[in-house]
Design a binder for this molecule. Sequence first.
Ligand SMILES: [Zn+2]
Length: 112
Amino acid sequence: MIDQAYPYRCCVVCGLEAATCLQVAHLDHNASNNAPDNLARLCPTHHWMYDAGLYPIEAIQLLQAHWQTTQGIPNHKVRMKDAGAKAALSRKRSAAARKAVATRRANAAVGG
Ligand SMILES: [Zn+2]
């Protein structure tokens, strides 16, 4: 049942994919409620933390939906959107810094 609803298998908190470690949590703590939105795969540590009340059910459901969308593949687009411009600026700055150091060395050599 959980396999059809959530084909990508990992702990929804930490992303652990080791199948032998994954447990199916009943989010409402009712073991007879197997509705898909009541189930989530968790590793033993995060299962314990969920049962101890450290994560809200909404967070677990949101993360579960997100893992199904991303399939565990990171998206770097946001961080990379102006990476080229930043790198060009950084290259310009280091060229200016090298020139300043060379000028200081030349002046120090002349000044003795
Ligand atoms: Zn985990």
